[in-house]
Structure formats: C-alpha cells, structure tokens
Design a protein around this ligand. Structure first.
Ligand SMILES: *Cc1c(COP(=O)(O)O)cnc(C)c1O
Length: 378
C-alpha cells in the first residue's frame, strides 16, 4: 500500500518497516551464508522502537559511547559492542556492565583499563582498533586514514608485546563504499597486521559497507569474509550503520511560504541545519518525491528552512506545478544520520517520529514539544 503522507504530523521522520525488513533480510542472509555477524551501528540509526525487530535479524549493536551501549543493552539485548577514541574513568565501570566487546583505540587506553576488564562482572572480549593507512574515502571529514589521524593504531605504533588479553582486531576505514574498497583495504590490513590475526578470536571490519544499495557486490563481500575466516580461524564482524536503514525513511514537511528573490523560494517547516544536518555537513542532496533536478521540471524552487541561518538551504528542486502554502514536501532516505543528529537550534521543534507498517499503517511513536527544547538549556 502507498503511504498517505498527508495524514502524519509535519514535520516528521517516517520509517517504513517493510523497507527496513527488506534490508534486514539481505543482512540476515549474509550472516547465514558466511557465518559472519552483523551489528547495527547505532550512530547512524537509533530508532529503538525497531530494536526488537532488528534483533530478530542481526547479532547485536555497535556503540560509540556509554549511552549508545546502554541503549543497545536495554532495547535489543543481544551482543553489545563498543568502540570509542577514548574511554573516561567515570564511564568505564558502567561500560563493562553493559558491553560484550570493548574495542580500544590505543595501547595506552588498553594498558589503563586492562585490569578493570579482568574484574568485570561478566567476561568482556577486548580488541584494538588498527589504522591500515589505506582508505578510498575522498572527503577529509570521513577519512580515518588521513595524516595524523586519531583513529586507530598504525603499524609503526603497533606493540606486539601488548597483545596479551586482546581477542580481536578492529578497523573502520570505509564510508558508503562497495566491496571492492573492502577487498583493497583487507589487503592492507593483512600485510600490516595479518601476522597477529592467528592469535585473535575475531576481526571487526567496521562500517561503511553499503550492502543494501542496489549495485552492491554481495558476492565479493562474501568471498572477503570467508577468505579471512578460513585463513585465520577468526569470527568476522561487520558493523554497518547506513546499510541497515538505507532508503527506508522519509522526512515529511510542509510549505510555509513561497516568494521571489531572483528565483522562486519556498520556506518549509523543516530545516537543513536542525533536522538533516548532513545535507550541509556531508554535504549531499536528498531526493524529494515527485521533484527533479533544477530546471528538469516546469518550476524550480530554492527550498530552505525556518531558521535564521542564511545557509539553511536544502537545495534547488524543480516541480511540475507551483508549490502552495500547505503543500507536503517529502524527502527520501531520511532514516539514517538524521534523527540521531537533529537539534533544536533557533527553537525549532523536533520532527515527530512515525513508524509505518502494512498492518498498522502510520503509527506515531513520539512527538516533541517546547519541553524538549527548554530542558536542555538550563
Ligand atoms: C560510523 C561507524 C560505523 C557505521 O558506519 P556507516 O557508514 O554508517 O556504515 C561503524 N563502526 C564505526 C567504528 C563507526 O565509527
């Protein structure tokens, strides 16, 4: 059934369970065919209303902080993995309580917390993040292998004498990439750190695998996983974020005003900087249902948000017919890196969160108000 976007609150993030399940089925098949374990990287998508569903398909969660780890424990309760560039003393006891795997970013962090790990209330498997100094990411903001990177241990700084007690190697160097980039990365990882893999129980390939994208080469990914598992007798983990909820969600908005300044301009009740900050940070251009590239259709508008930031502009889009106040404008692929990054800058309200399923239709999971703005400010 087609979703009726006119009946949901505006603005709202709407995630279509049917599309999410399609992605999850692909990932579950990957686990079944290779024996690898796939985790949800919560950094990209933390709509925990879906965690019970996701937990039926995937093996657990990857977390970047105590709060994410705790959320994964509370709401999915499968394997909880955590990696952070540095842990603080005040969080670490609680991190050990809720986590199964803890990945350290440096040997100094490992040395600092090693004894505490041994005294954990349950066995915790520890690993070290390496930096293979090989990446095909072209945007500096997303390249963990750039010079002076703070992400992971390089070969020159690797300490083979400090491996006692460590079960795994972790790397994360991909971003929205296909499996050819993974294959090249694995060659770098093996040449620099392969000699230590035989003493490990697991290797975590990180995230950035765009597995659920239409042109993704799954066969090559499966061959990469199987080759490493067979050669070193290790469990392979993947922790994609984007791939789990890729193309499963929308941001539904409404036109508040239309006017001219050299070109038609429309102000929406949703903001790039508040509700889809990656549009400005990444940057990227989200698709809009029924709209085209500038000048592709009859009338081109510059779409912007209701904040006072001059650059709160989503982009230029063309439409078949003029936009009017009250019209709905629906942005695509808005489940990932949206809800997790939004904010109330300028006092702009947060979008509602809506789940859509075949059985129940659109179901409002949460709506936000003035209190959500006020309570963070004093
Ligand atoms: C961001 C991140 C992920 C998820 O990356 P995606 O690009 O969303 O797949 C996984 N692991 C680590 C360590 C990360 O920092």
């Amino acid at each position: 059934m087609a979703i009726d976007f006119s009946v949901v609150p505006s603005p709202s993030y709407l995630v279509d369970e049917r599309l999410l399940v399609k992605n999850l089925e692909t990932l579950k098949r990957l686990q079944e065919r290779t024996g690898c374990k796939v985790l949800l990287a919560q950094k990209a998508f933390s709509m925990y209303a879906f965690y019970p569903l996701i937990g039926r398909y995937l093996s657990g969660v990857a977390s970047s902080s105590l709060y994410e780890a705790r959320l994964g424990r509370e709401e999915m309760d499968r394997e909880v993995h955590i990696y952070s560039p540095a842990y603080g003393e005040k969080d670490f006891a609680e991190i050990l309580e809720v986590s199964d795997h803890v990945v350290f970013n440096s040997f100094s962090q490992w040395a600092r917390f090693k004894d505490q790990v041994k005294r954990a209330p349950h066995p915790v498997s520890c690993g070290i993040r390496v930096n293979p100094e090989y990446s095909e990411v072209e945007t500096g903001l997303y390249d963990p292998c750039a010079p002076y990177s703070r992400m992971g241990v390089t070969e020159a700084n690797f300490d083979p004498d400090a491996l006692d007690g460590l079960d795994g190697i972790h790397f994360h160097t991909l971003c929205e990439q296909n499996s050819d980039a993974l294959e090249h990365t694995l060659a770098a990882v093996e040449s620099k750190f392969g000699k230590y893999l035989n003493r490990m129980k697991w290797i975590n390939f990180g995230g950035g695998h765009h597995i659920t994208r239409a042109d993704y080469d799954l066969g090559r990914l499966e061959r990469c996983i199987t080759a490493i598992q067979d050669k070193y007798d290790v469990q392979v983990y993947l922790e994609p974020g984007e791939a789990i909820a890729l193309n499963t969600g929308y941001l539904v908005s409404t036109v508040l005003d239309v006017f001219e300044n050299g070109m038609p301009i429309a102000i929406l009740d949703t903001s790039a900087t508040c509700h889809m900050p990656d549009v400005l940070e990444m940057p990227y251009r989200p698709e809009i249902i029924g709209a085209g590239k500038p000048r592709e259709k009859a009338i081109t508008y510059r779409l912007g948000g209701p904040t006072c930031l001059a650059g709160d502009v989503i982009g230029d889009y063309s439409f078949d017919r003029p936009l009017h106040v009250g019209d709905r404008v629906v942005f695509c692929d808005m489940a990932i890196y949206s809800m997790v990054k939004n904010n109330t800058f300028n006092g702009i309200a947060l979008p509602a969160i809506v789940a859509y399923s075949e059985e129940s239709g659109a179901r409002i999971i949460k709506q936000f108000g003035y209190e959500n703005f006020k309570t963070r400010l004093s």
